[in-house]
Design a protein around this ligand. Structure first.
Ligand code: ADE
Length: 239
């Protein structure tokens, strides 16, 4: 059985969306992964299939009902033990380490919220992992779920095809990527770095490493510090 995403959402037509294109889309056609959706609406209650209700304690917005979400999740949950993830800005920030773990397993069940969010009790009852894709608020979990799935799918065997070698370049060593250049060697008065045209592979590797370190230090002092703190454990030299 191929790696499978099961997305629980009020907007199933948003999937696979952009992941139906390019390499992920080709992988989908080839059966390298599957994208299933479960529409929340039919689980809604009453004449209007309501999935939400007013918050206890008052306040703005609506909250998705635990009984409705529970029924949909029970049908969506799989026997293969795929983790269940709820996309929310309150969640743990998604990292490449998490992505690697999800991609290495049988797939993921992803719950997408709308409105103010989901009743806390159903998250507890289903032991859902809460995941954020960044410190900003989207109008719903669907676009966040697409980001999570994109990051996973590109790591699946065969999806990147001949581009496979590069799939784990950035972040695999906790550094950002070095700058890239291609033809023409000089463009609008800007020359590509000489070393890259030198054919000296050792010098090129050294230059790229130094550039990766510089870019990480300048742009992401948080990543740089985490990496320095790690270096004793990994046997790397402290920079
Ligand atoms: N839903 C709304 N905003 C989100 C975010 N930043 N990450 C994950 N899910 C979300």
């Amino acid at each position: 059985m191929s790696w499978t995403a099961t997305v629980v959402t009020l907007f199933p037509e948003m999937f696979p969306g952009p992941l139906g294109q390019s390499l992920a889309g080709r992988g989908l056609e080839q059966g390298l992964w599957r994208c299933e959706t479960r529409d929340l609406r039919p689980y809604g209650l009453g004449r209007h299939n309501a999935v939400d209700d007013t918050p206890f304690g008052g306040g703005a917005g609506m909250v998705m009902r635990p009984d409705v979400i529970d029924a949909a999740l029970n049908d969506a949950k799989r026997a293969d033990g795929a983790p269940c993830v709820y996309m929310t800005p309150r969640g743990r920030p998604l990292s490449q380490t998490d992505v690697r773990r999800y991609a290495a397993g049988p797939g993921v069940t992803v719950l997408c919220g709308r409105y103010e969010g989901v009743d806390e009790r159903v998250l507890e009852a289903h032991e859902i992992e809460e995941v954020s894709i960044g410190d900003y608020v989207l109008s719903g979990g669907e676009t966040a779920a697409l980001v999570l799935l994109d990051a996973c799918v590109r790591l699946l065997p065969g999806v990147m095809g001949s581009a496979d070698s590069g799939v784990e370049e950035s972040f695999s060593d906790g550094l950002l990527e070095y700058p890239h250049y291609t033809r023409p060697a000089e463009w609008n008065g800007r020359a590509a770095p000489d070393v890259l045209l030198s054919g000296n592979h050792a010098a090129i590797a050294k230059w790229r490493r130094e550039q990766s370190e510089r870019v990480t230090r300048e742009r992401r002092p948080d990543l740089w510090a985490a990496r320095s703190a790690d270096s004793s454990a990994t046997g790397r030299e402290t920079p």
